[in-house]
Ligand binder design. Structure first.
Ligand code: BG6
Length: 488
């Protein structure tokens, strides 16, 4: 990968994702000196807009969403890169307006921040206008499909014009610092590398809790549900990174090959076991962080008979040598008490307890990898309480070895996931992007669960907004004498 100039063409530049995330991230890269001096940014949308008006709009987005006061010196450089091209994305002829914006001698990056239903049209249009060659990189946003079949249709449409080595499928969790750190933690520390299997680990928990509801996205969300919106992509990506074998090196395909193997080893969930190993919920009205919020069926534009799930808990099993008998419990939901994502590794208990005088049941060590917020890594250990006792018995206490990112790296701002991913696209490194076979394998597993749910014809279990989901989710672990990790 190398640092070279590119033309960054942003389809759907007026959309929510562009305004909230992509443009502010490009601005941050500018500020950090990570945009090549000759790189340009071309906004593309259907509306008529002059370059000046576009620059104004971008400025407004930055003010609204960058979360900081705009640095005028940075803005001057940034603004000089911007131009606007009007394209009716369904009209092949209309793509010729891009020609004057891009330089055929430079790499062109096309970011499709549009509904996936028009990916095919955009690829055809780009192909028709003679500006693409094999150096073009295409960035695709999720959702790639609604199920395996529809994701294949989209992937096929794109594959007609672009090779896999040109396609960068986004899962923004792969751009999060702490998610990337899973690779460093696992493979740069022998203490973890040598203890990372069924001999030492009892089970793993992956929780991605959100306090938000569906934020006015009813139309999208009700069709998708938490399973497609979060599990199919983000949770399965985290699971793959936690569970994969050591890759031969850090090349894109070395990593993606190993992740794919994990997805292939996931034990299928279908009508025979779905009730034992999954829980789905839908929130009712309640209080989140002290604020009263409506139930899912009472949201604006709600379909009051919807059976869409806003909470999912799954006991996943990976049928391979390393993880035999080690469940991976996944949990994610909207309108939970707080926003927190973490991976918790529960190590096996000690085979024998020497300390029955102070601890009847010696708790297991836990490795808590906190993905967001308050990023950090924590290990719980048993420690002797210092001091003398009249009985002479050793008093033990559960304590923490705690690495907090904000303390350890206090000078460093943690970049947004999109900053990292945009930079990687411009560097031409596909390691943090999802390959077609991974997406399709993930859909295969998810489709089977969704089908089993549909067949039961039952609605999801209600849970009050501001709680940790339906009680059945507690039962899922309690049956095996386990419980969900309680975040601080
Ligand atoms: C998106 C989902 O992919 O991820 C949203 O579509 C969800 O529903 C979001 O809220 C969560 O991302 P983050 O970065 O806030 O954890």
């Amino acid at each position: 990968s190398s640092f070279e100039a590119c033309d960054f063409v942003l389809f759907g530049t007026k959309g929510d994702l562009s305004r909230r995330k992509l443009l502010p991230s490009m601005y941050q890269l500018e500020k950090a000196g990570l945009l090549h001096a000759e790189t340009t940014i071309v906004g593309v949308a259907r509306q008529t807009l002059s370059d000046e008006e576009y620059v104004e709009e971008v400025r407004k987005s930055l003010e609204e969403f960058s979360g900081e006061t705009i640095c005028e010196a940075t803005w001057e450089t940034f603004k000089a890169r911007l131009s606007y091209a009007q394209v009716d994305m369904k009209e092949i002829a209309s793509y010729s307006s891009l020609e004057s914006h891009v330089n055929p001698d430079r790499v062109m990056v096309c970011y499709l921040a549009t509904p996936p239903s028009i990916y095919g049209d955009i690829c055809r249009g780009l192909h028709g206008c003679n500006i693409i060659d094999s150096s073009v990189r295409l960035v695709l946003e999720k959702p790639i499909g609604h199920d395996l079949e529809s994701s294949k249709v989209i992937n096929e449409q794109v594959a007609e014009y672009f090779g896999e080595s040109q396609i960068y499928r986004i899962d923004h969790y792969l751009g999060k610092e702490t998610v990337l750190n899973l690779i460093a933690l696992r493979f740069a520390n022998s203490i973890f590398t040598t203890n990372w299997d069924h001999n030492c680990i009892d089970h793993v928990q992956i929780s991605v809790a959100e306090s938000v509801g569906i934020e006015g996205r009813w139309g999208y969300f009700d069709d998708a549900g938490q399973m497609r919106d979060m599990v199919q992509n983000h949770l399965l990506q985290i699971l793959s990174l936690v569970a994969m074998e050591p890759p031969a090196n850090l090349d894109a395909d070395s990593i993606r090959d190993e992740k794919l193997k994990v997805l292939k080893a996931l034990r299928p969930i279908n009508a025979t076991n779905v009730n034992d190993v999954t829980v789905r919920g839908q929130y009712t009205s309640g209080f989140v962080k002290g604020k009263e919020v409506p139930g899912y069926l009472e949201e604006d534009d709600a379909n009051t008979v919807s059976k869409t799930e806003t909470f999912v808990a799954i006991k996943a099993e990976i049928d391979n040598w390393r993880w035999a008998g080690v469940p991976f419990y996944l949990r994610t939901g909207k309108r939970l008490p707080t926003k927190v994502s973490e991976v918790v590794i529960y190590f096996k208990r000690q085979p024998h307890n020497l300390f029955t005088a102070s601890f009847n049941d010696l708790p297991p060590n836990k490795l808590v990898i906190r993905l967001q917020p308050d990023e950090g890594v924590e290990i719980t250990v048993m420690n002797k309480v210092p001091g003398l006792t009249s009985s002479g018995a050793m008093d033990l206490q559960k304590s923490k070895l705690n690495l907090s990112f904000s303390e350890e790296f206090s000078d460093d701002r943690i970049p947004d996931a999109y900053e990292k991913l945009l930079l990687e696209v411009m560097l031409g490194n596909q390691a943090l992007f999802v390959r077609r076979d991974e997406i399709e394998q993930a859909w295969t597993w998810v489709d089977s669960i969704l089908a089993a749910w549909r067949n039961t014809n039952e609605p999801p279990e209600p849970y009050q907004a501001g709680t940790w989901g339906p009680v059945a989710s507690i039962g899922l672990l309690a049956r095996a004498n386990r419980s969900w990790y309680e975040s601080k």
